[in-house]
Design a protein around this ligand. Structure first.
Ligand code: SAH
Length: 214
């Protein structure tokens, strides 16, 4: 059982204020952060870190993204009700929960089996209906494509070609593009069969996107 007390809710209210002050205006995102027990996605011995606006280590050398970063990517990708969304890099499963809470149909892919399994357990307890896949996000999910939105939550050197072509026309892909020294948040809109519109949205630091299964 995941305990969610008044203390947790109060801490989340403060977190929501911080994220809002940093420029997140979409109320549906703020409501999702208010509602989701982020502490359930973090090792219970680090409870006090769950509601700081910081990235935090999870198992297998990976991280749960900073809440502001989750909110920023979610805002950029402009989630609409029933959007079919592919998330690359399940990690803790927190970002997937935010998307589900906003009414998206979420498909999430992770290359590390342990994380893939742990995230599913948490989601089962919290009652989210998400499709989890163990695999290489560089390949996407061709048999489920096309997607309205694709959200990459690990740093890629370039926008993966395969993924661009798994977008619907008018669909949006958001990804941190760069190397281990830092990445630029990049938004790619598919405007036609082979045309894409790219815009850049500031500097971020993510763990790297790696090829193949672990
Ligand atoms: N969205 C996550 C953040 C995870 S960190 C959250 O909300 O917690 C990035 C994740 O991407 C890591 O778990 C890492 O293992 C995963 N990853 C890296 N390369 C990948 C790939 N090619 N395919 C799928 N997942 C990948």
């Amino acid at each position: 059982m995941i305990e969610d007390s008044f203390l947790h809710k109060g801490l989340r209210r403060k977190l929501v204020d911080q994220v809002k002050n940093k420029g997140i205006t979409d109320q549906r995102i703020l409501d999702a952060i208010q509602k989701i027990p982020r502490h359930a996605f973090i090792d219970s011995s680090f409870l006090k870190f769950a509601y700081q606006d910081q990235a935090f280590p999870i198992s297998s050398g990976q991280t749960i993204s900073q809440p502001f970063t989750v909110a920023f990517q979610t805002q950029l990708i402009d989630i609409k009700l029933y959007d079919k969304v592919l998330e690359v890099g399940t990690g803790s499963g927190y970002q997937a929960a935010v998307l589900a809470e906003m009414g998206a149909r979420v498909y999430t892919i992770e290359r590390i089996r342990k994380l893939h399994q742990e995230a599913q357990l948490i989601h089962r307890e919290l009652g989210y209906q998400i499709k989890f896949f163990l695999g290489d996000g560089y390949k996407g999910l061709p048999s489920y494509a096309p997607f309205d939105k694709i959200l990459i939550t690990a740093a890629a050197p370039d926008i993966p070609e395969e993924l661009k072509h798994q977008l619907k026309t008018g669909g949006i892909l958001v990804a941190p593009i760069g190397n281990q020294d830092g990445q630029v948040m990049t938004k790619c809109v598919r405007t036609g069969e082979d045309t894409f519109e790219i815009t850049k949205h500031g500097n971020f630091a993510f763990v790297p996107m790696k090829e193949g299964l672990e």
